[in-house]
Each structure stands twice: as C-alpha cells, then as structure tokens.
Design a protein around this ligand. Structure first.
Ligand code: UDX
Length: 448
C-alpha cells in the first residue's frame, strides 16, 4: 500500500509546524497558503515568526534545499493540493470576531469550501483549528455538498494542543491525540498518520465531533482557570500577607492539583487562551448554556485586572504620584518567553498603559521587538536590557525570558537611576537582586 500523501492547508503558526512535523514523520507533504509571500518564505525553509527548532526542521525537509529530504513542498494552487493529498489537514486560524467575543469562522469556512470544490477522489479532510462546538458537523455536510467526489470525502476533527515556543516538540511528542470522527475511514487514516507517536505510547482518544471540538476549548479554559486561580490567591496574599510562590509550591505537591500553570503574575495573553475562553462563552450563550460558563467571565476579569494592578504597583514604587516625568524600563514584550508573539501581550499592555499616563517607557525583548514596534510604535525600544534600564526610575520584569533571569543585577544597578525592580512574573531570584542593592517587589509576595 502506497504511503499516505498529506496536504496542510494554511501555513501560519500551526500549519507550518504541522507540515514540517509530518515530513519529519516520513510523509510527503504539500503545504498550501493563499499568501504568496508566505509560500515564498517557507519554500526557502524560513518562517515569519520565532519558534525554536522550526526553521531547522523545515530546512531538513523542504524540497530544493541542499541536503534536504525533499519531502515538503508548498503551493498556492488549490487544485494541485486537492489532487495531491489523501489526507488534508486544515490549519487556518480562528481569531476573535471584531467587536465581538465570538469566533470568526470565515477563514475555516473559506478554506474548507475552496478545498472541497476541487476534491475529485476519496480522501479525508481533517480540521485542526479551534472552533465552536457544532462547526464540524456543519462543515462535513458542506464539504459533501461541494466536492465533486461527494460523500467519498470524509471529515474528521483533530484539535491541536501545541504551545508557542514548544510547537515542534508538542507536535512530534503530543500528550495525547484526539480524533473526532463520523465515518468509516477517519480513525483508520489518522492512526496511520500518527503511527509514530502512537507507537511511542501517546494516548489516542477517538470520539464524536462535538466532544473533539469541546476538548480543545475546555482544556484551554481549564488552563486559564488555573492561572486566574493562582492570581486570585496572589491578590489575597497581597491583602492578607502571604507568599503566593510558596503557596503554589505547597498546593502543587498535591497530585490532584499539580504544580504546572500555577505561576502568579500579570496573567495570560497570546493568540489562544484569551480569545478561546471568550469564544467558548459566546458559543455557550448561543446554545442556551451560558450559565455553565459564567465562571469564565470571572477568570477573564481576574486576568485583565492583573495588568492594571501591575501599573498601580509601578505607580506606588514611584512614590504614588503620576507617571509624568518618570522613566520606566520594561523587560519583555512577547506574551511569554521563547516567542516573538505580542498578541494580547500583558507586558505590552502594561507598557502601553504607563506610556499613556505620561511615563517615559523603554522596552526591550529578546525576540518580540519587531512585532512590538509594529503594534506600539509610540513606545521607545532599546537594543538590550542594560540600555532599557539606563536611567530608569523603576524596572518592570514582565516576560520571563531566561536572558532576564541571567542578568547581572549589579551591572544593571550601575546604570539605573534607582534600584527598584518589580517582578511581574515571579521569576527573578529576590535574594540575588536584593543582595545587589535592589528593592525587589513581586506580585503576591511579601515586600521583605
Ligand atoms: C496555549 C495552550 O497551552 C495550548 O495547549 C493551546 O494549544 C494554545 O494556547 P500558548 O498560548 O502558546 O498555548 O501559551 P501557554 O504556554 O499556554 O501560556 C499562555 C499564557 O499564560 C502566557 O501569557 C503565559 O505567560 C501565561 N501563564 C502560563 C501564566 O501566567 N502562568 C502560568 O503558570 C502559565
């Protein structure tokens, strides 16, 4: 039996990683996107974002690159992609609708429709995007209606759980594989595609469409809940005295709770958690189940509150007055370390608020500067942490890059106007900073 050929529709963050990972698993892969610049870049083994290990993997497989396996190619041509693939992975994004909480399905709908119109032989279409429950059933009917091959085209839903910064590792070695199916071939073909990870012991959950769709949104809701829970505990620690870092450590030893995702700080951001919980609430509302998810509104509100609390902490550290005439160094712009993504970044939000209140804000981030400059062109950007801190009245540590943990507080102390550091991620070592003469303050921890 000939090995399966795979296409990946949409070569953004998720699609580019999936395509490269599938080539790594040994498949011939054709990636399709509607943006010519993306296809050009990917065909040279390059990506328009920072993701550790992804360019290396692309260069290992993209056809035409010296020494590559040649298993991975890219195209703009729907007919070519439809003809090529036995399994088509649809990896386009589902952003938040403008001015609404609901999920914008227009990219998924249009990708599925454009593909379906060219499907002339039996094949499997696999949705990987995060979508509102009910989408797969609707799309399955639409594909059969549009495809020349009719009901010989089957749909499956296979949500993706990758984290930015760990995208390659998460795709090649997932915690679990979830497959929502409604026909005879979905499970069989996806078992073949994922034979590698399954052989290595990755659990497989085969279920129906709605459950597969809900697994993704409920997993992200749970993660968001964990973060907001610990941030709520940080608020209580601040009010009542207590150390949220030790508290998290202590409750995390209980295996039922677990120690991960209990880092208190300025909260979650990025292109997934915030918009996913909002879209989930919106969908539950449409289904008449909004009461079940009202707690997510509180999760969202605890999270958004953290940013304002960080601004207030900075104001207090500057003597409690206005930010006018003050210099504020912000270390971090990306929504999390090992990523250049600044979408809904808590760090940039805090920097922007202080700037709007008259503070002179200088930002430095190891990888997120270009994206930050595009989003917030009015902030000042420095080329290094030391340059950002030069002359600063207060230093805000807002994205926990390793580079910041390894900074020498004595060196920074020599250039800062005042030695005050506020750790918005609870990631610096207070003892080291205090030993170098800094006033160190963190969220949910005693001032010492
Ligand atoms: C998330 C999910 O983890 C992933 O499974 C899903 O596929 C997409 O959404 P990602 O957005 O890449 O992935 O980032 P993640 O590592 O989950 O972090 C999200 C945000 O939470 C970041 O802003 C991070 O700084 C913050 N966070 C995380 C905390 O504030 N505290 C923590 O303990 C953990």
């Amino acid at each position: 039996m000939a090995p399966l050929k795979l296409t990946v529709i949409g070569t953004g963050y998720l699609g580019a990683t999936h395509a490269a990972a599938m080539a790594e698993l040994g498949f011939e892969v054709l990636g399709l996107d509607v943006v010519p610049e993306k296809i050009e870049l990917l065909s040279q083994g390059r990506v328009p974002m920072y993701e550790p290990g992804l360019e290396e993997l692309l260069r290992k497989h993209v056809a035409g690159i010296e020494g590559s396996t040649g298993r991975l190619r890219f195209t703009l041509d729907w007919a070519e992609a439809a003809e090529f693939g036995d399994v088509h992975f649809v990896c386009v994004n589902t952003p938040q609708k403008r001015g609404e909480y609901a999920c914008d399905m227009s990219y998924v709908d249009s990708a599925m429709e454009s593909l379906a119109r060219h499907l002339r032989r039996p094949c499997l279409v696999v949705g990987k995007s995060t979508v509102p429950v009910g989408s797969a059933e609707r799309l399955a009917a639409r594909i059969v209606e549009l495809a020349p091959a009719g009901d010989a085209v089957e749909l499956a839903w296979n949500p993706e759980f990758l984290r930015e910064g760990f995208a390659v590792q998460d795709t090649l070695h997932p915690d679990r594989i979830v497959v929502g199916v409604a026909g005879p071939t979905g499970e069989k073909l996806l078992r073949e595609v994922y034979a590698g990870p399954l052989g290595a012991g990755t659990p497989l959950v085969v279920t129906d469409f709605p459950t597969a769709e809900l697994v993704k949104t409920s997993a992200n809701s749970f993660l968001a809940t964990k973060i907001s829970f610990i941030n709520a505990m940080a608020e209580v620690c601040e009010a009542g005295g207590g150390d949220v870092v030790r508290l998290a450590e202590a409750i995390g030893y209980d295996e039922r709770i677990g120690s991960k995702f209990l880092r208190a700080g300025i909260g979650f951001g990025g292109g997934c958690l915030p918009k996913d919980i909002r879209a989930f609430m919106a969908r539950a509302g449409e289904l008449g189940a909004d009461q079940a998810l009202t707690f997510l509104r509180e999760i969202d509100s605890i999270n958004m509150r953290r940013r304002g609390q960080m601004v207030e902490m900075a104001r207090e550290a500057l003597g409690g007055r206005s930010f006018l005439g003050t210099r504020v160094a912000v270390l971090g712009a990306a929504f999390k370390p090992d990523s250049d993504d600044v979408r809904d970044s808590p760090a940039l939000n805090v920097a922007g608020q202080i700037h709007l209140q008259g503070g002179q804000v200088t930002v430095y981030d190891p990888k997120g500067m270009d994206n930050a400059r595009r989003l917030f062109p009015t902030l000042v950007y420095a080329d290094s942490a030391v340059e950002a801190v030069r002359g600063a009245d207060v230093v805000l540590h807002l994205t926990e890059w390793r580079e910041f943990r390894e900074l020498d507080p004595a060196e920074l102390g020599a250039v800062a106007a005042r030695r005050v550091v506020l750790d918005g991620r609870n990631a610096l070592d207070p003892a080291v900073w205090r030993a170098a003469g800094w006033t160190y303050r963190a969220m949910g921890r005693p001032t010492a």
